[in-house]
Design a binder for this molecule. Sequence first.
Ligand code: CA
Length: 404
Amino acid sequence: MKIARLALSLCLPFCLFAAAPSGAADAHFDACLSSLRADAAAKGVSNAAFDRLTRGLTPDMSVIEFLDYQPEFRTPIWDYLASLVDDERVADGQALREKWAASLAAAADRYQVDPATVIAIWGVESNYGRNFGKRPLLTSLGTLSCFGRRQAYFRGEFLSTLKILDAGDIAPERLVGSWAGAFGHTQFMPSTFLRLAVDGDGDGKRDLMDSVPDALASTANFLRKAGWRKGEPWGYEVSLPAGFDSSGAGRRNKQPLSQWAARGVRRADGQALAASNAAAGLLLPAGPKGPAFLVFTNFDAIYGYNAAESYALAIALLADRLQGGKALVTPWPTDDPGLSRQERREVQTLLAARGYPIGEIDGMIGSNSRQAIEAEQKRLGMPVNGRPGQKLLAALRSAAPAGK
Ligand code: CA
């Protein structure tokens, strides 16, 4: 408070212009929060608990920018998978599967799901607990409840967060997550937590922030409730005969395996399709010239976790790799494949050596890295699109640094 007043006195009269909108936002926020007090009470959060948990809460308008952000750069599926299903994530997952073997076996047995898929979700959602997001949930969700396009949805999540904190499962200062309020090892939204989180380690609390057994059991419970069928595959890569008519493709357009077999579809590894009547959809993530997959009900269960087919495919392929599965037989239809995180870090290191302000070498291609890539693409006579691919990496490895 003292600091704010001092800052204001230093920058008068100019700051009044900047301060006015933020003051108006604060007033709106306070009124908006007050209006949620009764909703919280109706959900079982007492007025006293509401006041205690929201005291001093101020909006963080930066989350609204994420809400409105429309990526102009649509990530190709081969780039998306190259960083999510890379050798590092496979090795890390295999090590952690050993480390948490007892908890994992208990969770998989209790909910009758596949342990490798549970580990794969953990690996993709938070890089096995390394990346939770750092934003206090009440601040982000309070802001999204009172500003922006999807206030009704976020109010539900805000009230769910209050319920979690009021129940004492997780301490308020520990409850941080993504800008949208997903949190913990497996990035549950608060309403998902209330519905599906379970106590895996038996301490009486459901803690997705600090308990790996709770996170693994909760993810297993999610998959179970989403319709997982034990012992069945998610699907597998297939090969299509020449001249195949792909007009019936689609995850939802499921046909009996016998029909796919009759149309000449075979497993990519050469095995015959199972002689069962199980229904499968044909997934062509990059069109008929790329890898093809037949997907079953369990693929839909993974899709339920995060409604994107590319996401479900990343989980499915990572789960396969964790169990010793090989890379895809059919290559992605590109002459410039994507980069693993190790290769992305190499790109960042090579760019930093050329003097670009990359910041932390973390394998995450943010706006600094993208701008540097564009500058180097221009210099190297490559198409300028800011995309880190194998061609860029090869060019950076062989080209002399600029100005040297
Ligand atoms: Ca627990």
